[in-house]
Design a protein around this ligand. Structure first.
Ligand code: ADP
Length: 469
């Protein structure tokens, strides 16, 4: 079929060439097979949530799509999204009699952003959230309301991100007009006469090619796996670890857009998980709960911080310690909680009947750790901690923990059509962005679950505008 389509196209091109020859003495050369393969209506860069949604949307509207993904498989950080989607005024809310209204959704998103978010984009996100949720149902996904928080919509069962990406892949596979190329990395945007007309990509074979497109949609995610870029945009997080990201999140789209004069927004803001290891996030309650929480110590077995600080500050204090890490030390009361047990399990922590033995197993000085814990239990604190826990009931547990970046708030500025803006606020012709690469949507903080929502909302908006729908 494909061969026939290509031959038809060649014939058509020759006919056009001949007709053109009637008015022009030099006939245009027929395009090579490679040039034809590398010409498309829409080039989508990045195959996470936003890129897959954008590709599906463009394809279902009849456009020819090339989707390039630099990793061997699609999914990006969307596939590790653990919990659910945030949407307001859905049938689920109505049926459960537990409202989460558009107004509440807007207010929560703005407040979490510290009022830095672009109100127009947030309004669009919120107003489209029910449609986005309903669309997920058409893909066969099944959800329920979170028992605790009405803003959360979670899978009836299974892992949220994995199921989401599986459903997107299955939907994308229905469209022969989506040409998915994995292990294909976009490296540079191609601009002609102030319009983005494609991108340079490097494929599996290491050869550089140019893909020509009427529009390009950047969906390359954030920069959680680019610690050097994070440090550049916010030195407070210099040396941050990459425990909570997939490898592809290296800010490529931001760099490519920046290179052609795109405007960046809110680049200093990140979501940090101060306590994480091996791909898991551990709740700060382990060390900050009043009456119960344990402590953090550094390689000298000394406390160095008020453990009840806000996550962003706690992360930056840990990053000032040797090897940019700390040890969590808790007693059996914390271990008896879900979060305590999870941390020791996932971070491969150790257990001991005495503090001295725990120290030995962690490679810390036993006398120093004992002294630190005695001080803490006596509520002697040099760091301004107002509420105390305790590390008193054996057995004791300890584990390494590292701060890592979990979400990039900043990114390229877009308008309500998802068109990327230049430094003067004008749309760059031919260039769109959707997903975590976008800046301005969350200001200084993100409501959990809004991110997979924005993949859908802005992925669809970008694709439709790109093809004039
Ligand atoms: P979002 O939620 O915004 O879709 P994800 O992290 O889920 O973000 O997906 C982004 C995807 O983009 C990842 O799969 C990543 O590997 C891919 N990607 C990043 N940079 C490039 C690039 N230069 N070329 C192709 N794909 C890229």
């Amino acid at each position: 079929m494909k061969k026939i389509a290509i031959s038809m196209l060649l014939i058509l091109t020759m006919v056009v060439g001949i007709l053109a020859g009637c008015t022009n003495s030099t006939p245009a050369p027929a395009p090579t097979k490679e040039a034809d393969n590398n010409t498309t209506d829409v080039l989508v860069i990045g195959g996470g949530g936003a890129g897959l949604v954008a590709s599906i949307t463009a394809a279902e509207n009849g456009a020819k799509v090339i989707l390039v993904e630099k990793m061997p498989a699609v999914g990006g950080n969307t596939i590790i999204s653990a919990t659910g989607i945030t949407a307001s005024d859905t049938k689920l809310h109505e049926a459960a009699g537990r409202p989460f209204t558009k107004e509440e959704h807007f207010k929560k998103t703005m407040e979490t952003s510290k009022d830095l978010a672009d109100e127009k984009l947030v309004k669009l996100l919120v107003d489209s959230s029910n449609d986005a949720y309903e669309w997920l149902l058409t893909l066969g996904l099944k959800y329920k309301l979170d028992p605790k928080d009405a803003f959360w919509i979670i899978p009836e069962e299974g892992h949220y991100g994995a199921l989401l990406v599986k459903a997107y892949q299955a939907e994308a596979a229905k469209y022969p007009n989506i040409d998915l190329r994995v292990e294909t990395k976009a490296t540079e945007l191609v601009v002609e006469n102030d319009k983005v007309v494609g991108a340079k990509v490097t494929g599996k074979d290491g050869k550089e090619q140019i893909i020509k497109a009427k529009s390009v949609i950047l969906a390359t995610g954030g920069l959680n796996n680019a610690p050097e870029m994070i440090a550049e945009f916010n030195p407070k997080y210099a040396g941050v670890n990459t425990e909570m990201t997939t490898p592809g999140a290296t800010g490529d789209g931001i760099k490519m857009a920046q290179a052609i004069g795109a405007q960046l927004k809110d680049m200093e803001h990140f979501q940090m998980r101060p306590l994480s290891l091996n791909g898991y996030w551990f709740k700060e309650v382990i060390v900050n709960e009043e009456g119960k929480g344990g402590i953090l110590v550094n390689k000298d077995a000394k406390r160095f911080v008020d453990e009840t600080l806000k996550p962003l500050d706690l992360a930056s204090e840990i990053l000032k310690q040797q090897d940019k890490m700390a040890y969590v030390v808790i007693d059996s009361d914390v271990f008896a909680t879900k979060d305590g047990a999870k941390m020791i399990d996932k971070a491969k922590g150790v257990k001991a009947d005495t503090i001295e033995d725990l120290a030995k197993q962690l490679g810390l000085d036993p006398a120093a750790l004992k002294a630190t814990i005695d001080e803490y239990n006596a509520k002697n604190d040099a760091f301004g901690r107002k509420t105390f826990g305790k590390v008193a009931t054996a057995p004791f547990y300890g584990a390494i923990t590292k701060p890592s970046s979990h979400y990039t708030m900043g990114g390229v500025a877009i308008n309500e059509n998802a068109q990327v803006l230049d430094k003067d606020g004008n749309a760059i012709e031919g260039l769109y962005a959707a997903g975590e690469i976008v800046g301005g949507l969350y200001g200084a903080g993100r409501v959990a679950g809004n991110n997979t929502l924005d993949d859908i909302v802005f992925g669809k908006i970008a694709a439709k505008h790109a093809i004039g729908k």
